[in-house]
Design a protein around this ligand. Structure first.
Ligand SMILES: NC(=O)C1=CN([C@@H]2O[C@H](COP(=O)(O)OP(=O)(O)OC[C@H]3O[C@@H](n4cnc5c(N)ncnc54)[C@H](O)[C@@H]3O)[C@@H](O)[C@H]2O)C=CC1
Ligand SMILES: CC(=O)C(C)=O
Length: 259
């Protein structure tokens, strides 16, 4: 399995799963374009990647803004000399009972978790076609893209939407040699889960840390997932070994959801 010398753009790369993917791909020989809204943390990840001997560039981008996503891909191509894979990883969570959801809640999460993936798909596909090259598009879904989770209903809807977009894009772009897949992590110990746990505590009175603990106790393999666990699947999906796979939303969750 190799991603050697591939040029991979990763959104949401400042921390958590995105950072884990960047470091894994760099170790495997890829060069990476790191994209996020958090400029300072992006630079920290760039230095970590370069320590591993890979080339890296950063581009501060809000994925909900179409022009910025197109500009990020142009930047990656110019700075790194090509463009082979996009990982539409950036996303936000939202913990709220459905009864309390307001129009602005929908707007915010849809713009990042759905619009951001649409812009990433269309901008990457346009660039692959312009370069006359095959390419790979890889999107972040979730176990919540396979099962709707209570208090995470709108979030779950966005992750179901990512699966739908992945399937539709796989069909639209197959003839251009572009594959489109999604990864579906389970309970990963990142800042996103710190926030989810805190919001559950505020809403239900659960002790701090107890919601995360309860979810982790439901994992068959008996431990929380790490960004490295997720990155292992994404490295495979980024490599030529996954060339015959398209339109799939692959679970990597240690045994929570079975499909
Ligand atoms: N942590 C978990 O348990 C799981 C996470 N996921 C998904 O994996 C992806 C990454 O999650 P984590 O690393 O855990 O989250 P995280 O909250 O630790 O990191 C998300 C990154 O995305 C960036 N981001 C947020 N909005 C952005 C925007 N508009 N434009 C550009 N960047 C933006 C943030 O600045 C941050 O660096 C998300 O799509 C999430 O929904 C899926 C399943 C489980
Ligand atoms: C954050 C997330 O996708 C879940 C379900 O944990």
């Amino acid at each position: 399995m190799s991603v050697k010398d591939k040029i991979v753009l990763i959104t949401g790369a400042s921390q958590g799963i995105g950072r884990g993917i960047a470091l894994r791909l760099a170790k495997d020989g890829a060069n990476v374009a790191l994209v996020d809204i958090k400029a300072d943390k992006l630079e920290d990840v760039r230095k970590e990647v370069e320590t591993l001997g890979a080339k890296a560039t950063t581009f501060v981008t809000d994925v909900s803004k179409r022009d910025e996503v197109y500009a990020a891909i142009d930047h990656a191509e110019k700075e790194l000399g090509g463009f082979d894979v996009i990982i539409n990883n950036a996303g936000i969570a939202q913990v709220k009972p459905l009864a309390d959801v307001q129009p602005e809640d929908l707007d915010r999460i849809f713009r990042i978790n759905i619009d951001g993936v649409v812009w990433g798909i269309q901008a990457a596909a346009a660039k692959f076609k312009a370069r006359g090259r095959k390419g790979k598009i890889i999107n972040a879904s979730s176990i919540a893209g396979h099962d709707g989770f209570a208090m995470l209903g709108v979030y779950s809807a966005t992750k179901f939407a990512v699966r739908a977009l992945t399937q539709a894009a796989a069909k639209e772009y197959a003839s251009a040699g572009i594959t489109v897949n999604a990864y579906c992590p389970g309970i990963v110990g990142t800042d996103m889960w710190v926030e989810i746990d805190e919001r559950f505590s505020e809403l239900t009175g659960a002790a701090k840390g107890s919601t995360y603990k309860k979810f982790v106790e439901g994992i068959a393999l008996g431990r929380a997932q790490t960004p490295e666990d997720v990155a292992a699947l994404v490295a495979f999906l980024s490599s030529d070994d996954s060339d015959y796979i398209t339109g799939q939303a692959i679970l990597t969750d240690g045994g929570i959801v079975y499909r």
